[in-house]
Write a protein that binds this ligand. Sequence first.
Ligand code: AMP
Length: 634
Amino acid sequence: MQYEDLYRRSVEMPEAFWAEQAAAIDWRRAPDAILDQSAPPFRRWFCGGLTNLCYNAIDRHLVDRGDQLALVAVSTETGVTRELSYRQLHREVQTFAAVLHELGVRRGERVVIYMPNMAEAAIAMLACARIGAIHSVVFGGFASHNLALRIDDAKPALLICADAGMRGGKVIAYKPLVDAACEEAVHPPRHVLVVSRGLDRELVMQAGRDVDYAGAAARHANSEVPVAWLESNEPSYVLYTSGTTGKPKGVQRDVGGHAVALALSMRMVFDVGPGQVMFSTSDVGWAVGHSYNVYGPLLVGATSLLYEGLPIRPDPGIWWQLCERYRVRTMFSSPTAIRVLKKQDETWLGKYDLSAFKWLFLAGEPLDEPTAHWITDGLKRPVIDNYWQTETGWPVLTLLPGLDMKPVKLGSPGLPNLGYKLRLVNEVTGADCAANEKGVLTIQPPLPPGCLSTVWGDDQRYVQSYFSHFKELLYSSLDWAIRDEDGYYYILGRTDDVINVAGHRLGTREIEEVVAGCGEVAEVAVIGVADEIKGQVPIVFATLKAASCDAGERQRAASAMQARVVEQLGPIAQPARTYIVDALPKTRSGKLLRRSLSALAQKADPGDLSTLDDPSALEAVRKALARGPDLRHG
Ligand code: AMP
């Protein structure tokens, strides 16, 4: 079937369409109703159906592909490669699940996972899914304060961590960060399960709370753990993402809808089926990691390649070498990673046999044309930009080579994916935009399967954050976009104060809250500015309580702010430049004029200043910019 026909069916007859798609997964009990929309904007898919993600990802493949590789975890940091067949993965997941049971983890309880891209991270997620526990993976690049915030929201029974991660050959101990987070948290977990790779030689275990995984696993080497059959709408996981406030939002995903949407996307979007290999370079701590490093490939009986390390170590050909070795068919990465490779010798791209390689998908941030050209020419394969959000869990805009490959248009992440009824609307009136007219990208409910069910523990915030922007009930992506005459969309940036650093979303407010905690800081504004490699980087502008200060005092204050951000939020949030200013531009009602600040920092017109309270604040910012940053990183 052609894309146009199937797309139309998916949005005009969603129940019939999704009922067909539901056949791609195994149900212990078939759903009684495909869709319940009785309480919009909430919706429930495959109501009454009983299923299990782990069963669908592993057990059901054992008969036909027990000896096929399910998961390959390559670490160029530790030098260890683990190749697990479906049968071996089944064994390891049951052992892990038995340890979870032993530690008293029950169905519906949360388990925070704080690990790098190692096999046990995926195994831990699948073990939670098996017993009906709700995992919440926290990206290893986040530091203790961020982890503590997530712990307090999820109130986990258990936290699973690695002893350490490694980056560029340097060991980063995780356990002290976990200890600090548990100390800071009001609702610390009962136990901390430590999967040690022997990297942290100073690992300290807290008696009574901490459990060594290897010891516990040895007791359960042959344990069998039956799957817990869950109603389709029970939560499978919570993944935190940044919003406009400092409090992270827990994106809650269901079970059945999640499985059905991922299975569909594996076939029709990523063109990967049973026995084929997908390599996603994401971290397991992001939505892509959940969907396409763990669940998606396994749900369809494919092999998932998980990578821990840098794209340029031991050399810039490492990813292509892995593509050759494992005969990767589809690769999924980010524009930032490709920009890093673009700085290297391009002959690395042609060194390996990529005869099995068909598609490269890139997502998470805008794909600039020079990078798109460079990689397309180098690989001589189509490069497919696709757009989605942690909330959606799978692409909203994309091309669908598994169904019907349409031409790539540079700068565009493509067409609406199956099931997404997209509307581009005027920011103020909510009226539909004409072709080439800028508007806010929205999704008309019901959100398709796979998208978030709610914000964990806060239905009100779900409604408020996503569905309260227009008179009509529409999900706002908070992204600006335009659509051309051919129906291709172009993303123009966020409508809120969220910035995108190397494909990772950061709320400027989160960084502001941490900087504001420095004793000497009076006021702070954080903005994102363009960066050649990372897309965007955070820039800090702060005023100090001291009436006047010299260059040395400014630099000391800036260093203290930077250290605090890295300590509390992690290196990902490290400000690229810090300016100490005499005043910040604000409206008469006291709101920071971040847009004007951002324009000034990027040498653009500061825009509408009619609401500006004190014009001398602009001069103060200009003066600081002319003088140069008080601290620069990277
Ligand atoms: P996250 O939830 O961290 O994946 O961030 C989602 C946000 O990243 C979106 O709302 C967009 O602002 C941005 N984004 C994701 N994919 C793309 C893309 N292909 N092109 C442009 N922006 C993107």
